[in-house]
Design a protein around this ligand. Structure first.
Ligand code: URA
Length: 482
């Protein structure tokens, strides 16, 4: 019976290669055993490269590839075998990935969810402590974390992007991630190292105590967001017991000190929520909306992006500009249209008489969707599900800003705003409406111009784009005057 010993790192690719090889050799699931890392009993184990020598061209649903890409990091020793059994069945069972009643698939889905959750917790709860002198060219940090699953390897690139300008190490019992001079590598796991507290710890504690609202204390929700097992490695968590214990008295004191008249803003919110067509709770201002967008998990895009990129501009702007999604630079800066497409838009908008500083500039999708390629992050178009999931935020921005006109740039913005996926080239220069009746002027996306390889064509298209923006501005002026 073949036994496959997968390596400690690169386990996902090794599993895929081995599984393909086994399928090509028609080895049924009950005739193969799997492990991660060789043990003494594995002396006769085969390395994945050996198993993978016979390659088959095997077509599997994308959904399975993504499921397997998560489940391999689960701690269940049966995970590789479960995935292989599913792959084996996929050869003959069409539609298996859609079968909600299939127990084996349901188990894999719940494992996938557990891995997603574990990765998310890691991005939220790793706390770095500074370990080097502050005047080094690259500051040095270290963190200790205890993930539930083997999630350090797939999550480390997130930290590499976010903390690209410092050197750091994240140690876990299974694996250590090391980021030095921009290179990410892995070493064996280790027992908890003795990392001395640093000055930021006190700062964290103060910040945490200050953002805590005793009147909103929900111990159940808090424990589910920040389970107790993480507390021991979170410097701020030492304040939690005292904060819970004193919450009642502090909330009462807040109530006693509260003004007796409701704040003016409350009346405005009540009025707006009572308006026809408003059927759900909404953020009451743009700052709150930004905070809510940043906590969004409505679709998986938040998992790899650095942060959400909310719209920006005056609260009373009468022009709203909507693009597709943040790009690489926007994702890092947390601001829309600051990269090459944004600079191109700024220039042509200025020439067309549009003042960007008076417009509210935003995107149909708030998180950057990309595929990693070496050190680069390659833009990917958001799909209809992601556009729909993010429509809530765009709609909230429209309702708060109440623009007279929306300038929609590119197919994604047009789909989100009008619900129609018809090609943008045949609709550009025309005005349609959102389902709520806000006029939408349609044009192409500036990055379309940047991608055109032929300079003459690019000049022509740039001219057309400038003409579109001029028409949009003229239309806005008509609306202002009416
Ligand atoms: N492209 C967009 O659609 N939006 C941005 O914010 C940047 C590039």
């Amino acid at each position: 019976m073949p036994h496959v010993a997968l390596p400690h790192t690169g386990t996902d690719k090794a599993w895929r290669d081995a599984a393909r090889g086994l399928i090509a050799r028609r080895v049924p699931p009950d005739e193969v055993t799997w492990s991660r890392g060789a043990t003494e009993e594995d002396l006769f184990a085969q390395a994945p490269e050996q198993v993978a020598q016979t390659r088959a061209t095997l077509k599997v649903p994308r959904d399975f590839v993504s499921l397997a890409g998560s489940v391999v990091w689960h701690r269940d020793p049966e995970r590789f075998a479960r995935l292989y059994a599913m792959l084996w069945r996929l050869r003959s069972e069409k539609g298996l990935m859609e079968d909600r009643g299939d127990a084996a698939l349901a188990k894999l889905r719940s494992m996938e969810k557990a891995v997603h959750r574990d990765r998310h917790k890691m991005t939220a709860f790793v706390r770095f402590r500074e370990i080097g002198a502050r005047d080094l060219p690259r500051r040095r940090f270290a963190a200790w974390f205890e993930p539930t699953h083997f999630t350090l390897e797939p999550t480390a690139p997130f930290f590499a992007r976010r903390f690209a300008d410092m050197d750091w190490m994240i140690a876990t019992p299974d694996l250590t991630a090391i980021f030095e001079n921009g290179e990410l590598s892995f070493a064996e796991g280790q027992p908890k190292p003795d990392i001395p507290e640093d000055a930021t710890e006190e700062l964290w504690g103060t910040y945490f105590r200050n953002i805590f609202n005793p009147a909103r204390l929900k111990v159940g929700a808090m424990m589910s967001e920040m389970p107790k097992k993480y507390w021991k490695n979170l410097p701020e968590a030492r304040h939690i017991p005292e904060m819970i214990a004193s919450a009642g008295a502090r909330a009462e004191a807040m109530q006693a000190a509260a003004p007796t008249l409701p704040p003016l803003r409350a009346a405005k919110i009540t009025e707006r929520l009572a308006a026809p067509g408003v059927v759900r709770a909404m953020a009451d201002d743009l700052d709150q909306l930004r905070a809510e967008e940043n906590a969004c998990t409505r679709c998986p895009l938040y998992e790899n992006a650095t942060q959400a990129v909310p719209g920006e501009g005056p609260r009373d702007a009468d022009l709203m500009v909507v693009g597709e999604q943040p790009g690489d630079q926007e994702d890092l800066a947390g601001r829309p249209f600051v990269g090459p497409a944004g600079q191109m838009f700024d220039r042509i908008a200025r020439e067309a008489g549009i003042d960007r500083s008076r417009a509210f500039v935003t995107n149909a999708v708030k998180h950057f969707k990309f595929a990693p390629k070496g050190k680069r992050r390659i833009h990917q178009n958001p799909n209809t599900g992601e556009i729909k999931a993010c429509r809530f935020w765009l709609q909230s921005e429209i309702e708060l800003v109440r623009p007279k006109l929306i300038l929609s740039m590119g197919g994604t913005a047009a789909e989100s705003l009008t619900g129609s996926r018809k090609g943008i080239l045949s609709r550009r220069g025309t005005v349609e409406e959102t389902p709520e009746g806000v006029p939408v002027f349609l044009t192409v996306h500036p990055s379309y111009l940047l991608r055109l390889p032929d300079p003459a064509l690019r000049d022509d298209e740039t001219e057309k784009f400038r003409a579109d923006l001029k028409s949009a501005q003229a239309h806005l002026e008509e609306l202002r005057a009416s």
